[in-house]
Design a protein around this ligand. Structure first.
Ligand SMILES: NC(=O)c1ccc[n+]([C@@H]2O[C@H](COP(=O)([O-])OP(=O)(O)OC[C@H]3O[C@@H](n4cnc5c(N)ncnc54)[C@H](OP(=O)(O)O)[C@@H]3O)[C@@H](O)[C@H]2O)c1
Length: 252
């Protein structure tokens, strides 16, 4: 695929916030690689979005196409971000289909704490959570940087959480999850320093109604995805190494 259509990869995009980010980027006419660790769920999600991606009524009237002249498209990409071998295979598969990546959204995440606090969390919960939420985002970024470097306006968006915000959020709730997001914010700062020509930011989507956020959460997936999509394609390219919520920089 050698086109000017912008290209995005969203991890953990078979459901929840990631699925909605993929949908909104598709509507922005990105070619979206929909990352998922479960092949059946990932293919079904990509198919659902591709069914939605037909030309809009206004496009039919104006005959509008995207920059490449083709319709937007969503492609499933198998990627388990907790497994280095899976990340490597995903980057190879991606490279067979695209030579460039414009936006990487490290969205995939887990929360395993249940009612555990800092005194009762287990090595298994702690290691598994950090391997996914923190190390996973770092390793995926490393694997896809060669493609991002071919973009005119490359961006990495790390989906973090207010729970990882030392200034306000870390109050003893879900320690492994919150520490993993504090550390993810550290990954953001380090990547931003290592990649001066990329925009690398953390974002808090707010409390969102998903399997993770639960039904009492205050925001819809569309509201939660909106700030992520803004960082992935609209925010100033000069905005980097920051923690962002609702399109505003917030303290770490
Ligand atoms: N919901 C909230 O209120 C909220 C608030 C702040 C931050 N966030 C963050 O937003 C992101 C998305 O959360 P969500 O609410 O949409 O959660 P969700 O509905 O539970 O979705 C999580 C997604 O991540 C995927 N995933 C988990 N581990 C993975 C792995 N090893 N490899 C690849 N994919 C993996 C899941 O895949 P499976 O379906 O295969 O499990 C699923 O697609 C997370 O990083 C979360 O921490 C959420």
């Amino acid at each position: 695929m050698k086109t000017k259509q912008r290209v995005a990869l969203v991890t953990g995009a078979n459901k929840g916030i990631g699925f909605e980010v993929a949908r909104q980027l598709m509507r922005e006419r990105f070619h979206v690689f929909l990352g998922a660790r479960d092949e059946k769920a990932g293919r079904a999600a990509a198919e659902k979005l591709n069914k939605e991606s037909g030309p809009s009524a206004s496009d039919l009237v104006t005959g509008r196409k995207d920059q490449s002249g083709s319709d937007s498209l969503v492609t499933f990409l198998m990627i388990d971000i907790s497994k280095p071998g899976s990340i490597k295979r995903a980057a190879e598969e991606f490279g067979n289909q695209s030579d460039r990546l414009d936006a990487l959204v490290n969205n995939a995440g887990i929360a395993l704490d249940d009612d555990k606090d800092a005194l009762t969390t287990t090595p298994e919960i702690f290691e598994t959570t950090l391997r996914t939420n923190t190390l996973g985002a770092l390793l995926v970024s490393q694997a896809f940087v060669p493609f991002l470097k071919k973009s005119d306006a490359p961006r990495i968006v790390n989906v973090s959480s207010g729970g990882g915000q030392l200034a306000d959020g870390a109050d003893g709730w879900a320690p492994a999850y919150c520490i993993s997001k504090t550390a993810l914010n550290g990954v953001t700062v380090q990547l931003a320093a290592a990649l001066p020509n990329l925009a690398v930011n953390s974002v808090c989507p707010g409390w969102v109604r998903t399997d993770m956020g639960g039904s009492n959460a205050t925001r819809s997936v569309a509201e939660g995805a909106s700030g992520i999509v803004w960082l992935a394609c609209e925010a100033p390219q000069s905005l980097t190494g920051k923690f962002v919520k609702d399109r505003k920089v917030i303290p770490w």
